[in-house]
Design a protein around this ligand. Structure first.
Ligand SMILES: [Zn+2]
Length: 140
């Protein structure tokens, strides 16, 4: 299962720091693969990906592919953006509850035909900037 890649004709305004550990995540996301770490000891997911489980402190973590659906928990549209994001304003951000029990924050890709409302279903997509990917959500 791969996420839709949406091209964005600019570099990321605040690119994430990629470590040796998170490189798996970023390379996968660039190909539309949505994955995070899951603990082999307690079975819980973590996001962002972590080498040690924050629930039981086990270091037996493995990568697991995730579903692309969730529910919009909250969202807002940013008009007065921080300086680094001024060129992208206005833009929307959101908090999404994933079906697997994780709550994550992403950019929100608004659709003129589907006004955003808390509780509505969303799908995850990848914003493919010139210098790399970012995870985003879009109303279904
Ligand atoms: Zn654990």
């Amino acid at each position: 299962m791969t996420l839709e890649l949406i091209p964005v004709a600019r570099p990321r305004a605040y690119p994430p720091r990629v470590s040796a550990f998170t490189q798996t995540f970023w390379e996968g996301l660039g190909a539309g693969r949505w994955q995070t770490t899951c603990c082999e000891a307690c079975g819980k997911f973590t996001f962002p990906p972590k080498p040690v489980c924050p629930h039981c402190w086990s270091d037996r973590m493995h990568w697991k592919d995730l579903g692309e659906r969730g529910t919009l928990y909250s969202w807002t549209r940013i008009h007065a953006a921080p300086k680094v994001f001024v060129d992208e304003a206005p833009y929307a951000v959101c908090v999404v509850d994933l079906d697997i029990g994780l709550r994550i924050a992403t950019r929100l890709v608004e659709r003129p035909d589907k006004p955003c409302q808390c509780g509505m279903p969303v799908e995850l997509v990848v914003l493919q900037y010139e210098d790399g990917p970012l995870l985003a959500s879009r109303p279904l």
